[in-house]
Write a protein that binds this ligand. Structure first.
Ligand code: CA
Ligand code: CA
Length: 170
């Protein structure tokens, strides 16, 4: 029997990927996330950072589809997410970090307004809010990502934390 808490967490992760809230995860959810991030930080889509973010989003989608789109209809249904993605990602968190890393790397570059390779907590919250992480949760998550407490977040903090969040330990 599956716990209610576990099911609630799975539902939250699904909603995190289903950016447009239409009940399935597909390529548009990833490109919409990229577009929203670029708009938030006023980075043009045709710039190097913009192009890197769109290719990262596409690679992330392809990786997720390869793991979870069992019927090949280019959509990950809630059922496919629960039976495919969640179990496989939990069994192999490194694989998830690998498929998410190009997107996260590019997202950090977009949010790194001064270009020093790290982003401050307020900008980390902006990224999470654009990705529809609820207020409150976004602030707590950003603070937790800053493991060394220096007020800034780097790729070394983000990728493993993101993988942990989405791989949903039981
Ligand atoms: Ca969707
Ligand atoms: Ca499918």
């Amino acid at each position: 029997m599956v716990s209610t808490e576990y099911e609630r967490r799975i539902a939250a992760r699904f909603a995190g990927f289903d950016q447009d809230g239409n009940g399935t995860i597909d390529r548009e959810d990833f490109s919409a996330a990229a577009k929203a991030l670029l708009a938030e930080f006023a980075v043009p889509a045709r710039s190097d950072k913009g192009q890197a973010l769109y290719s990262g989003a596409e690679a992330f989608w392809q990786g997720m589809a390869g793991i979870a789109d069992r019927d090949g209809d280019q959509r990950i249904s809630r059922q496919e997410f629960v039976t495919g993605a969640v179990k496989r990602l939990r069994d192999n968190p490194d694989r998830f970090a690998e498929i998410a890393r190009p997107f996260l790397h590019a997202a950090l570059a977009v949010a790194d307004t001064d270009g020093d390779g790290r982003i401050d907590i307020a900008d980390t919250v902006r990224v999470l809010r654009v990705l529809h992480v609820p207020a409150g949760v976004a602030e707590a998550t950003a603070a937790a990502l800053d493991a060394d407490g220096d007020g800034r977040v780097g790729e070394a903090d983000v990728v493993p934390a993101f993988a942990r969040y989405f791989t949903v330990p039981e």
